[in-house]
Design a protein around this ligand. Structure first.
Ligand code: CP
Ligand code: NVA
Length: 307
């Protein structure tokens, strides 16, 4: 079963296959084709947190491919204690070809993968956001042609998006530098797992955003307080203030560098309007690509490589 619980689950070949299929799917879409390659297939989405891109990109992707989707909040699915996780997973899996989960706990994704009996996709948990990272490297291949020798500088919180990007960079041989304030770095446990998985990986960990961007092809940021951390917003604003991606920081990056953000953005906090709406920003095409890469993921999971 081709689950995507986190990026650690995928091999280099898996990643390359998903990127290749996504490219074919996007080319078909660009000429107005909606090939019904997955007729009658059902995707069930179970979300504990809000979503714009992940929900709509997956629901659009499956509809374009001839399938259907069913959306449930976690409470509607019974994950609020109505019945056991294993029972919900087994029952939903018996109706579905894929289950896309957006959760707080990574363990819930792992449990679904264990019990559902259909392909399970992590549509964001507190610890990872693999579909975002896959889509982001897809966007980078469009901009740079090849990922060979490229580097991404992530400025901000060592969160779910940062973790999945780090693993994806390790898998595909990209450099990954992260600049985080004290107390908000990637955890030691994660970093040691990363180094163990990719002993040749080009990883750098710093607290200095200016040095982090100095050789970057992509400057990337995400919100300072993720979903579920709203109560820490004020505390985090103070800690992260020197980590804002603004015009001054972008000037420290090479002139060809692009700006990326997974969105949603808190404008005026982690990024200024000037950068997010500026000529180096590719945040909107980056968001569009979530749908094309969703198709790549769905087709790959069903063993369809020819679009
Ligand atoms: N980037 C992303 O996952 O966006 P949503 O939270 O809107 O799905
Ligand atoms: N780190 C953010 C990503 C949103 C797509 C969050 O978890 O809220």
């Amino acid at each position: 079963m081709r689950h995507i619980e986190s990026m650690f689950r995928l091999s280099v070949d898996d990643c390359r296959a998903i990127l290749r299929i996504s490219k074919l799917a996007k080319a078909r879409w660009a000429v107005g084709d909606r090939p019904a390659l997955l007729p009658g297939r059902i995707m069930t989405l179970v979300f504990e947190k809000p979503s714009l891109r992940t929900r709509v990109s997956f629901e659009s992707a499956v509809a374009h491919l001839g399938g259907r989707s069913v959306f449930l909040t976690a409470a509607e699915a019974g994950l609020n204690g109505r019945e056991s996780v294993a029972d919900v997973a087994r029952v939903l899996g018996s109706y579905s070809d894929w289950i896309v989960l957006r959760t707080f706990s990574q363990q819930l994704v792992e449990d679904f993968a264990r019990y559902a009996g259909c392909a399970v996709i992590n549509g964001l948990s507190d610890s990872s956001h693999p579909c975002q990272a896959l889509s982001d490297v897809f966007t980078m291949t469009e901009v740079f042609g090849t990922l060979e020798g490229r580097s991404l500088a992530y400025i901000g919180d060592g969160n779910n998006v940062a973790r999945s990007l780090a693993v994806t960079c390790g898998l595909l041989g990209l450099g990954f530098t992260i600049a985080s304030p004290l107390g908000y770095e990637l955890s030691e446990e994660f970093v040691s797992r990363l180094r163990q998985a990719f002993p040749q990986g080009r990883f750098q960990f710093t607290s200095d955003p200016r040095s982090a961007v100095s050789h970057a092809d992509v400057v990337y940021t995400d919100v300072w307080a993720s979903m579920g951390q709203e109560a820490e917003q004020d505390l985090r604003k103070r800690a992260f203030a020197p980590y804002q991606v603004n015009a001054d920081l972008m000037k420290r990056a090479p002139a060809h560098a692009r700006f990326m953000h997974c969105l949603p953005a808190k404008r005026g906090l982690e990024v200024t309007d000037e950068v997010l709406d500026g000529p180096q920003s590719i945040a909107i095409p980056q968001a569009e690509n979530r749908m094309h890469v969703a198709k790549g993921i769905l087709l790959w999971q069903q063993g369809i490589e020819d679009v």
